[in-house]
Design a protein around this ligand. Structure first.
Ligand SMILES: NC(=O)c1ccc[n+]([C@@H]2O[C@H](COP(=O)([O-])OP(=O)(O)OC[C@H]3O[C@@H](n4cnc5c(N)ncnc54)[C@H](OP(=O)(O)O)[C@@H]3O)[C@@H](O)[C@H]2O)c1
Length: 301
């Protein structure tokens, strides 16, 4: 079966990253975005039928069960979607000779390292989501499909659910209630979780470069340097709602279903050593993102 050389198929096309990939790749490639309605990745026959009917050169596989806390209470679903679903996608890619790009996560690490994680560091997930995504990585590698694994973390975009939008929504509520009570608004944000917040648009641009160079193996794709959730929130609110003071607190003050790795920042060693990086510092990306989408997001949430 012959593949269509310039064709890219994106799974999870309604998700945060899926939308950015569809948008950024559409200039240079013939792009097909598929959603759960087009094919549920847990249905092996269905996803195989859809991929073979399009015969893409590349499959950018973003579809996943991404709610980290719900993965703890629904572990079978996490395994079914993130591991078995990924295996189904990988086998379908192998069958048509499509190159598979699997998006994995910083949560494959335990967060105990005292510096950012590089591609060859030992994985050791501490929650069900991280375990299921790591199993997805293994399924890609054992499927014998031509595979690239891209680990990303703390992603944000104007769509879907992410930390940046949650901070804006919480700060807006605080500002409104404090105004009514004649008080100064303040928002507590954890300062012991450290990561690498990354705009989906930057990931999509980096992916174009990686696809052009036909790379294989594992790559970390993230903005740098690392930053705490507290510092990141402060930077967002300094631009968007400067009247809200951000106060540091500890993760132990919040009870969540899933444990989070404390330091899950990603270092893009391979991008740098192979001279492939087009990633920007997170401050630069955030500034551009807020200029483009900040006001509209504040109005909508
Ligand atoms: N968000 C982050 O900070 C982050 C960090 C590290 C890695 N990642 C990884 O990056 C990728 C993209 O993340 P994202 O934040 O863009 O995710 P997202 O916004 O939650 O989008 C995921 C998409 O997958 C679809 N999906 C879920 N189950 C499916 C199924 N059984 N069959 C077909 N489609 C299904 C969802 O469709 P429905 O809307 O219909 O459910 C959704 O559109 C994921 O693989 C994720 O694990 C994300």
């Amino acid at each position: 079966m012959r593949i269509v050389p310039n064709k890219v198929l994106v799974t999870g096309a309604n998700g945060q990253l899926g939308r950015a990939l569809v948008s950024e790749f559409s200039d240079k490639y013939e792009v097909v975005g598929i959603t759960r309605k087009d094919a549920d990745i847990t249905d092996k026959i269905e996803i195989s039928r859809v991929i073979s009917s399009h015969r893409p050169r590349y499959v950018l596989h973003t579809a996943a069960f991404t709610n980290v806390d719900r993965c703890e209470t629904e572990p079978e679903k996490a395994a079914l979607v993130n591991s078995t679903g990924t295996e189904n996608v990988a086998l379908a890619c192998k069958a048509v000779n499509a190159k598979l790009v699997y998006f994995s996560t910083d949560y494959v690490f335990d967060g105990a390292k005292s510096s950012s994680y590089i591609e060859t560091d030992r994985t050791n997930p501490i929650n069900i989501y991280g375990r299921s995504k790591l199993d997805g990585e293994s399924k890609c590698l054992t499927s014998w499909a031509d595979t690239v694994i891209i680990r990303i973390g703390w992603i944000y975009s104007e769509n879907g659910s992410n930390f940046l939008k949650k901070i804006l929504a919480a700060a807006k509520r605080k500002a409104e209630t404090a105004r009514a009570a004649g008080e100064k608004p303040a928002l507590k944000v954890v300062d012991d979780q450290i990561g690498t917040p990354t705009w989906t648009k930057d990931i999509a641009m980096q992916m174009q470069k990686l696809i052009e160079r036909n790379v294989s193996g594992v790559y970390h794709v993230a903005s740098n340097p690392e930053v705490s959730r507290f510092e990141f929130a402060r930077e967002i609110l300094t631009t968007m709602l400067p009247e809200v003071t951000v106060e540091p607190c500890s993760s132990s003050e919040y009870n969540t279903e899933a444990k989070r790795p404390l330091r899950s920042s990603l270092s893009c060693e391979k991008l740098k050593s192979e001279n492939l990086s087009v990633m920007r510092p997170w401050q630069e990306s955030l500034e551009e993102f807020l200029k483009l989408h900040g006001k509209q997001l504040l109005n909508e949430i």
